[in-house]
Ligand binder design. Structure first.
Ligand code: NAI
Length: 463
């Protein structure tokens, strides 16, 4: 139903805000002093995106001597940022971007990396460090491959050294992709902004110069139509709200039993609701029919619906195993086949799947769930080549510990441990996952396909 009057419901942000009472205490007036005296960790209050806010609070230092570094600095100047090519001793920097797009040997790392290091003490809270480098393919000369792969170790270590909500992430440019191609610019902007608050220690690959920059960075998805499965609550509802904020008309899909919640979400964002079990054979076609009949197009598909049925494998019955594979993986494969085979979809389709860090690192009691989420990652990689000729893209987002009703139900000690075991020492918010999905669903990310981006605060488990 198309809503006439937006109404509010309990937002996931609210869940996230009340969930982590320890963080709230140690960041409060009383708790700050107590934490300082006792030497307790104080998770930073992360800078999160709000439309119209400054991209980055403070000057941006661009290091590197290649033409690619100069060209990127020029783009940042056009964004009216305070760009520096050399750091002064007292600079309080908002970001450091180290451009390493022409590395030939490990020795060449010393100068730019140590220059970045010399500026780290002056970084502001919630600052950003980015590297821009090239893939370390096996076809390269060993010296070049070593230099390029070294960036991986540097970045992942540095992300663990940064404090006060600062993050470090890397962008890897395929051969031929430049520092000013659409995907590079899109990724730089995403990582600098508050949209990437809970993405830390990760790499994103830009494969091609495909895509298009938006007319407005505040409404980068204006005019698009998206479908979000599992949109009645939790992360799915946050994805729907974030896409709507960015200009999308959203179709939210969920099982009939969640009909009331689903309608509330759809109404609050002026979208439409579609009650549907995604494991139904006709699910893909029903989504297509609904989107085209009600909104005239379909640009973005977010496969978010997912379930857990945890048991140690020794105790796993067929019902648990089969249900998780059916909802989390087989349904996505079947729907993608329908979307890719549809003659009615003419524009470039952008698909984003929600995976999980469990599908990367594994998790006790979750062989079924981890199989489904690892399967999603395999599916995404293999689907990228099918969408490329149509100008489309497909990526996965792998959330770590996110503050939702699901994680709120975990036993206290398990939850506290899971929440702190990352470089940012806190759980992410559903909105953090949603922001990353909104970026990957945008035309600015058109050159990015087949990637898996973790939204996990650099969870210490897994790679
Ligand atoms: P949730 O359980 O709160 O929401 C999932 C939604 O999917 C529900 O509204 C449910 O009704 C819907 N759904 C389930 N089966 C469906 C079906 N057959 N057809 C249509 N809709 C169906 O879960 P949450 O926490 O919001 O998770 C969303 C996604 O994020 C899932 O894929 C989950 O595996 C993934 N994830 C969640 C993490 C977390 O910390 N909460 C961490 C990593 C991944």
């Amino acid at each position: 139903m198309m809503a006439q009057s937006p109404q509010r419901d309990a937002t996931p942000t609210h869940t996230a805000l009340v969930a982590d009472s320890y963080s709230r205490f140690v960041n409060g007036r009383l708790g700050r002093g107590v934490a300082g005296r006792l030497g307790l960790p104080r998770p930073a209050v992360l800078r999160r995106y709000a439309p119209g806010e400054a991209l980055i609070p403070g000057p941006v230092l661009v290091l590197g001597t290649t033409p690619g570094a100069d060209a990127l600095a020029q783009v940042l100047l056009e964004w009216k940022l305070d760009v520096r090519r050399h750091a002064g001793p007292k600079d309080k920097l908002g970001a450091i971007i180290v451009v390493l797009d022409d590395l030939a040997s490990p020795e060449e790392l010393s100068e730019p990396i140590r220059s970045a290091g010399a500026s780290l003490r002056g970084l502001r809270a919630n600052a950003r460090l980015l590297t821009i480098s090239r893939p370390a393919g096996a076809e390269l000369e060993p010296e070049m491959a070593a230099a390029r792969q070294a960036v991986d170790g540097i970045l992942r270590s540095l992300a663990k050294e940064l404090r006060r909500g600062a993050t470090a992430n890397g962008i890897i440019l395929a051969e031929g992709v430049t520092t000013t191609d659409v995907g590079t610019i899109g990724a730089v902007r995403f990582f600098l902004s508050g949209r990437s608050a809970f993405v830390d220690g990760q790499f994103l690959c830009v494969d091609s110069g495909a895509g298009q920059l938006p007319q407005s960075w505040d409404r980068p998805l204006a005019g698009k139509v998206a479908v979000v499965t599992g949109g009645a609550r939790g992360i799915g509802a946050a994805i729907a709200r974030t896409l709507a904020r960015d200009g999308v008309v959203v179709v939210v899909v969920d099982v009939p039993a969640s009909g009331d919640q689903l309608a509330a979400v759809a109404n609050s964002i002026r979208g439409t609701a579609l009650q549907l079990d995604i494991t139904a054979a006709a699910a893909g076609q029903r989504i297509l029919d609904h989107a085209l009949a009600r909104h005239g197009r379909l640009d973005i598909v977010v496969h978010n619906a997912g379930i857990t049925r945890d048991k140690l494998l020794a105790n796993m019955d067929a019902a648990r195993w089969d249900a998780v594979i059916a909802v989390n993986l087989s349904a996505q494969l079947r729907m993608n086949r329908d979307f890719l085979g549809s003659a009615a979809l003419t524009g470039p389709l952008r698909i984003v799947s929600v995976a999980s860090t469990s599908g990367i690192a594994g998790n006790r009691g979750q062989t079924n769930y981890a199989a489904s989420k690892a399967g999603v990652i395999g599916m995404v990689r293999a689907t990228a080549k099918l969408l490329a000729p149509l100008g489309g893209s497909v990526n996965a987002v792998a959330p770590g510990f996110i503050e939702t009703d699901m994680t709120a139900r975990m036993p206290f000690a398990t939850r506290e441990l899971a929440r702190r075991l990352n470089s940012l020492q806190q759980g992410g918010w559903p909105e953090d996952v949603a922001e990353t999905i909104a970026f990957l669903a945008s035309d600015a990310a058109g050159g990015i396909s087949g990637n898996v981006l973790r939204v996990c605060g650099q969870n210490l488990v897994g790679q």
